[in-house]
Design a protein around this ligand. Structure first.
Ligand code: ADP
Ligand code: ADP
Length: 236
């Protein structure tokens, strides 16, 4: 079953002052199966982040339809959108941790929002931090952690509410090669052991080569190539 279905989606931004309008995503169709790891690659400005924001329902598409887990996102009200967003975890290049909270507090945050009791929260947080290998860092502050550890906390937080999809937007771009491998290994476990569908957006070809089942190449808002990672990178 396709867990994400993008059909003929276009996103146009109005002209910025002194500029011209931008078609950030241009008539894109893409279907992602449950359990896949899909890499979306392309240079800066290709439209990768915009595509992710559309899937996560952070912005409305100009035209076309997007279905997430069978629900058509286009045309949903705020309540429906909240529900879709709960089913999607996100991680970012700069980790986006809250610096005024401990590791524990960061992972607790989405669970507080979801209305879990203190006891339920505690069990879930311990489980998540154990899964990402950071149980002993519960009391640490984000600035006391390495980049790889910060991203692992961000992954724990993203998984807190049991999403079926994880969107990784340049999640390894701020990390050195060794730490990148460590984070990619964790993402593989998220996919294997938890069955979560993962979309990896990156400009780093090595990253998709090592992790993605399938690769989509974007250029100027369009998908210009799509196929198994092996085939795409074997092409001259
Ligand atoms: P990528 O993630 O591949 O770097 P983006 O999706 O960020 O690409 O950007 C695609 C295009 O859309 C770029 O030309 C960018 O300048 C433009 N763009 C992105 N967000 C906005 C916005 N909020 N307003 C206007 N233009 C935008
Ligand atoms: P709230 O988020 O409502 O303040 P929490 O139960 O999420 O309440 O946690 C409060 C604080 O207690 C957290 O910031 C955390 O540092 C600390 N804490 C509670 N239990 C633990 C634990 N087992 N391991 C680490 N920290 C804990």
């Amino acid at each position: 079953m396709a867990i994400i279905e993008i059909e003929g989606v276009t996103k146009a931004y109005p002209a910025r002052k002194g500029g011209s309008p931008v078609t950030a995503v241009d008539d894109v169709s893409l279907s992602i199966e449950a359990g896949e790891i899909v890499g979306v690659v392309g240079y800066s400005g290709a439209g990768k982040s915009t595509l992710v924001r559309l899937v996560n329902a952070l912005e409305p598409a100009t035209s076309g339809t997007i279905r997430v887990d069978g629900t058509e996102v286009t045309g949903l009200g705020e309540r429906g959108l909240q529900k879709v967003r709960l089913g999607i975890g996100m991680i970012f290049q700069q980790f986006n941790l809250m610096h005024s909270r401990t590791v524990y507090g960061n992972v607790a945050f989405p669970l507080v929002v979801a209305g879990l009791s203190r006891q339920e929260r505690h069990e879930r947080i311990v489980e998540l931090l154990t899964f990402v290998g950071l149980a002993e860092k519960a009391h640490a502050w984000p600035e006391q952690l390495s980049g790889g550890q910060k991203q692992r906390v961000a992954i724990a937080r993203a998984l807190a509410t049991n999403p079926s999809i994880l969107l990784a937007d340049e999640a390894t771009s701020a990390l050195d090669p060794e730490t990148t491998v460590e984070v990619l290994d964790l993402l593989r476990r998220v996919n294997d052991e938890l069955g979560i569908t993962i979309v990896v957006i990156t400009h780093e070809m090595e990253v998709v080569k090592s992790i993605a089942d399938r690769v989509v190449v974007m250029e100027q808002g369009r998908i210009v190539e799509e196929g198994p990672a092996f085939d795409i990178f074997a092409r001259p």
